[in-house]
Design a protein around this ligand. Structure first.
Ligand code: BMA
Length: 330
């Protein structure tokens, strides 16, 4: 792991339960976006003392400190209108879609059937239009691409079952009806850091070399699970094509706030903003399912790292599945 690729902010954790204007248990896994005035909005997952989550917005001029937090939940579960949200809404990813002139929020809706993927849209983070559940359970870790491909929207998500949990891509003409499902990035096997379970971290980032994707890999061990972050690159015009996949993880729990908390040894990015220099990324992550933290990275350096130590992958998602695993073996 290259320790310099993602630099922890000295202000970490940037937001905690103590920052909140009302009583909460934990705040973590925030979606992020830049607003038209250049300020940063985080849509944080807030867990209350029942254990149920809602979303609450925090705004900051520089994306680092001076946060103003909504005085009450910004986006609360609607269990009557949307029973799939009975036990809460979690882990939002935000994509601004210029075509729609709206922010599209993709989140986990947790209901009796299990966690599924739901979509809501907003112009202002004050009023929201729900599209509702788009991927049935078990499915989570989803985000929308900001543009269409051949006229269709594309969604990354992570269905899971007893056989494992791989990252998939699906397409839709209208954000409601989804098809063209294909595996995008399979979990590796055996002892790998990303064996058994992988999931999208932040929404994909468009670079000169393609879509840069941060994803989390989970390694299960005797006393729990270890959540770390790795990189992959996908074709700019056809995001179902994986161009490169990193070998090792680039970020993992080591700071005190990442190894102590409600769920220790978890770093879980859901939000990213590209700073005005066009290279610096502010990556917002949940630490130990307890606080909101910030890590700073350079797109140029992440791409160079993928070139140096990643393996080249060819083939459309869902094809060459076994080959992809062999290709990435050491
Ligand atoms: C995942 C998600 C995340 C959580 C992580 C670690 O499955 O539920 O919300 O941060 O587990 O607990």
């Amino acid at each position: 792991m290259n320790p310099t690729l993602l630099q922890r902010s000295p202000k970490n954790p940037v937001l905690t339960a103590e920052s909140w204007p009302y009583r909460v248990n934990t705040v973590f896994n925030p979606g992020a976006t830049l607003l038209p005035d250049g300020s940063t909005l985080l849509l944080c997952r807030v867990e209350d003392h029942r254990g149920l989550s809602h979303l609450c917005a925090a705004r900051s001029a520089d994306g680092i400190d001076g946060w103003t937090i909504d005085p009450e939940p910004t986006f609360a579960p609607d269990p009557l209108g949307h029973p799939e949200e009975l036990w809460g809404v979690e882990d939002p990813r935000i994509t601004f879609v210029p075509d729609l002139g709206r922010y599209v929020i993709v989140y986990t809706a947790f209901g009796k059937a299990g966690p599924g993927v739901a979509i809501a849209t907003t112009e202002d983070f004050v009023s929201f239009d729900r599209i509702g559940l788009v991927m049935q359970s078990d499915d989570k870790d989803a985000a929308l691409f900001p543009c269409r491909f051949g006229g269709e929207f594309a969604l990354i998500h992570r269905p899971s079952n007893e056989r494992g949990a791989d990252i998939w891509i699906s397409f839709s003409p209208d954000l409601q009806n989804w098809g063209g499902h294909a595996v995008l990035l399979p979990a590796r096997l055996g002892a790998w850091w990303d064996s058994n379970k992988v999931g999208l971290s932040t929404p994909p980032i468009l670079t000169d070399e393609g879509w840069l994707v941060l994803y989390h890999g989970v390694r299960r061990h005797a006393s729990g699970s270890l959540y770390r972050v790795g990189l992959a690159l996908f074709d700019a015009k056809n995001p179902a094509v994986c161009l490169r996949r990193g070998t090792g993880w680039v970020f993992g729990p080591s700071a005190r706030y990442e190894i102590e908390g409600d769920v220790p040894y978890v770093v879980f990015p859901c939000g990213v903003t590209l700073r005005p220099d066009g290279d610096t990324l502010y990556i917002y992550y949940g630490a130990s399912d307890t606080s909101v933290c910030l890590a700073v990275a350079s797109v140029r350096e992440l791409l160079a790292h993928l070139r140096d130590e990643g393996s080249e992958l060819t083939g459309v998602a869902g094809m060459h599945f076994e080959q992809a695993i062999l290709d990435t073996a050491p």
